[in-house]
Design a protein around this ligand. Sequence first.
Ligand SMILES: Nc1nc2c(c(=O)[nH]1)N[C@H]1C(S)=C(S)[C@@H](COP(=O)(O)O)O[C@H]1N2
Ligand SMILES: [Mo]
Length: 519
Amino acid sequence: MDQQLAEREQASQRRYDGRRATRWRGAAAGVLAALAGLATGSVTAGLLGTRQTPVVAIGSAFIDRVPAWLKDLAIAWFGTKDKDVLRTGILLVLLALAAVGGVLAVRRYWAGALVVVALSGLAIAAAATRADTGQTGFAPSAVAGITALLLLRLFSRRLEPLIDFPDDGVSRRGFLQLSSGVALGTAAVGPLGRLVGGNRAAVAEAREGLSLPKPPSLDPPPGVQAEGATPWATPNEDFYRIDTALAVPQIMPSDWRLRIHGMVDKELELSFDDLLKRQVIHKWVTLTCVSNEVGGDLIGNALWTGVLLKDLLDEAGPAKDADAIQSTSKDGFTAGTPLSTLLDDRQAMLAFAMNGEPLPVEHGFPVRIVVPGLYGYVSATKWLTEIEVTRFDRFEAYWTPRGWSELGPIKLSSRIDVPLGKKVTAGPVTVAGVAWDQHVGVSKVEVRVDGGPWQPTTLAADASIDTWRQWHWTWQASRGTHILQVRAVDAKGTPQIEATAPPAPDGSTGLHTISVKVD
Ligand SMILES: Nc1nc2c(c(=O)[nH]1)N[C@H]1C(S)=C(S)[C@@H](COP(=O)(O)O)O[C@H]1N2
Ligand SMILES: [Mo]
């Protein structure tokens, strides 16, 4: 009787020890499985070129949903570190829940697995419901979840025997081996990911973590949108992209340096933080590519945030006989820009944000040049690393020996956006579009039908002479196929060049002409 009791007592004591022994091991297993999952998730993000690591996905969803007052409070408390705090917070909560999942998984694998499925499901849902993540945004979180599930299974197999036999050396050693294996593997995955995926994930995360000075408003100025025309402000994801970079340069903001040198009194070297400490401006500027064909879409309008190049150049003190800068990108691209366009009132800038977001990596992250009035190839250097103050007779920029003009002021041009390729029925039809002559301005836009008389259109409000201007006109359309044409006049009264010219060497000319079938 007594012996039975003692045996039972012993057994229950052993189970108690077993539970204790497996509890902290289970928690460690959960944390290790989660860290390994986050690591494979990051590598997946790097390979796919998405910035949606699981933590970023959850963080972005959180930021989207959090009330404004809480955001303000976070910024008041943590300043520009608010996003670091948020990411650390999310990581800690994830790891704490993973620890709970690990403890549960020792005795009931499915219960721990449920925790993992719930957490990765949350991240997958967060990534999948965001507009800007593309098709692959969910994948890093899915890979993270699968990694964690598999590892948790291995861990729970090793830990199960310890419940009944807490002193079993073989099981203990097995757990230790598996833990150190997983820890080593996790530590190795990061550098491996950078090797195969470039620095993409790290740069994407750094970009996501930046808190930059925000423009007072992202809304277009009142009255600039003409009914039916292209959106006046071009969203970042729709902004045209032109560059010679086979692989987009990946620059960590913390590594970025800009050297301003050459024909100057004082050489300057700036870090990204140095730039942020300077006076910041926000300015709508319409960027245009010299390769844009008549009627083409290599043009976009964005709200740029950055610092005035004039301020920096004044500090460096250009020599009297300098007439140009040669700007250089991380990938070796160069542009030659007249010094005068950087020192006059047009507010040429070093931009680090676009439409209120850090520059997208493909648009020059972390810093690019924006000069109103000049085509991109002579001014808008992305992934900027160097500015040399010099003279045009001392260098040739990237495109000059390749058949393009040394100087590239944007040409006055106009475009019909509607009714392009749309079904049109006889009666009143809205005809609308854009016209641009950056840093000169547009004063008039006219359209004509079938070579008839030029008709005045209604111009939308002008935000500034550095942006495109929208126009619209109501056409009393009759049945049949018709030819529509548009032309603009600049703010000085000079009409658009009607003769057709190709983009090379200094920008296309000619009238945008479309054919419309009216039923
Ligand atoms: N580093 C780098 N910057 C560059 C280029 C390039 O090839 N490399 N192309 C220029 C050209 S031709 C244009 S039109 C603009 C386009 O800028 P976007 O891609 O942001 O629209 O970037 C300019 N900056
Ligand atoms: Mo361009």
